[in-house]
Design a protein around this ligand. Structure first.
Ligand SMILES: NC(=O)c1ccc[n+]([C@@H]2O[C@H](COP(=O)([O-])OP(=O)(O)OC[C@H]3O[C@@H](n4cnc5c(N)ncnc54)[C@H](OP(=O)(O)O)[C@@H]3O)[C@@H](O)[C@H]2O)c1
Length: 341
């Protein structure tokens, strides 16, 4: 076993968009597990949009990462030392290990994984938190019915692509929004969306025109991942009794303008009344008791190819900051993970 480990800490809080200076790659002595703990060598770690929120010190649904602490992340790896009877050396495990090569964790906070049922990194994407978020939001709140129209942004990411596939399989017309021609092609040809609108270079009015052309019967469900001009384009097209599931708004995570570009607050409020909209915030942790149900339903569909997924793999822990900044700019193509070990 090597005697040191590497981890990436939050060096400073970003003002606006994060930069390399906000992160610091550090070396530390290899930790040893105490009673009831395991030492894990990380193989893959997840990069997710929520990490941008953890870099800020403000009120949110989760505590910020303290300056100087290791950046937070879900990760999968191999147990290389165990002080708990539930884990043996060589077991594979998922935990919130962070941006790190190695981590000591309480065995009770770690989930054992069987690498024979699915590649372990799928526990970070299609069979992990993002896939679960999409499934939980759709099953709990969408009230989807065959023949309705659904729109979702970040359509080729792990949340959007799962939303689109679930809706398509339920018989809806499914329209994606994605950044660029290549992603739009992927949404239609790989994930089976009926159409995909490229949001790049479009303001809310242009988004409205482009979405209106693809949604001749209006929009019944908007699964909100992005905010920005996409939201501005969607609102005027929402049908009577439409459902809006607010999952994320990545266009605004670094303090960008909060304009929807098409409607001021008074008009939006009135519109919500007139159209009797249901606007529902979604936080996946509220649904965690259903995670087993999700795996039982979606696991076999991933194994037989009924649900497809794509991964974007960054190589090496030191590439994580650059890859993360790329995620916020839409440079990832599919679920972004870092191959650490
Ligand atoms: N509420 C919850 O419990 C929960 C849990 C998980 C995720 N989420 C949220 O779900 C959303 C999707 O997450 P994910 O993991 O699937 O991410 P992802 O799709 O892998 O990556 C984020 C994508 O957002 C898009 N994007 C970035 N800036 C944008 C902008 N200004 N306008 C429109 N799109 C923009 C980019 O795709 P394009 O290039 O295609 O635009 C980028 O690839 C995020 O908002 C995330 O915070 C919420």
């Amino acid at each position: 076993m090597t005697e040191t480990m590497k981890h990436i800490t939050l060096a400073s809080r970003p003002t606006g968009f994060p930069t390399q200076d906000n992160f610091k790659l550090e070396e530390a002595p290899m930790p040893t597990p105490g009673e009831g703990e395991v030492l894990v060598a990380v193989k893959y770690m997840s990069l997710d949009p929520y990490m941008r929120g953890r870099m800020d010190d403000g009120p949110s649904y989760a505590a910020p990462v303290p300056v100087g602490a290791t950046m937070e992340a879900g990760a999968v790896g191999e147990v290389i030392a165990s002080n708990d009877p539930k884990f043996a050396v060589g077991d594979h495990a998922f935990g919130m290990f962070g941006w790190t090569t190695h981590s000591v964790a309480k065995a009770s906070m770690v989930r054992k994984m069987n690498p024979d049922t699915a590649p372990i990194q799928t526990a970070l994407g299609v069979l992990g938190m993002p896939g679960f978020t999409a499934w939980a939001g759709m099953t709990a709140y969408s009230k989807m019915k065959a023949g309705e129209t659904l729109v979702v942004g970040a359509a080729t990411g792990p949340v959007g692509s799962m939303v689109g596939q679930l809706a398509k399989q339920a018989g809806l017309r499914v329209i994606g929004v994605a950044g660029g021609e290549e992603k739009c092609k992927l949404a239609v040809e790989t994930f089976g969306f009926d159409a995909c609108v490229d949001h790049r270079g479009k303001d809310a009015r242009a988004m409205r025109d482009a979405l209106s052309a693809e949604c001749p019967d209006g929009i019944d469900i908007y699964f909100e991942n992005v905010g920005g001009a996409t939201l501005g384009g969607v609102i005027p097209l929402l049908n009577l009794h439409a459902r809006v599931i607010i999952c994320g708004m990545i266009a605004w995570y670094s303090g960008e303008s909060d304009e929807t570009g098409s409607m001021d607050l008074q008009k939006l409020w009135r519109y919500s009344l007139v159209k009797r909209l249901t606007i529902q915030g979604l936080l996946q942790t509220d649904h965690v008791a259903r995670f087993g149900e999700f795996l039982r339903e979606i696991g076999p569909k991933v194994a037989n190819g009924e649900i497809v997924h794509i991964e974007d793999v960054a190589e090496g822990l030191e590439t994580a900051p650059e890859a993360f900044m790329g995620l916020l700019k839409g440079r990832n193509m599919g679920k972004l993970v870092v191959k650490v070990g």
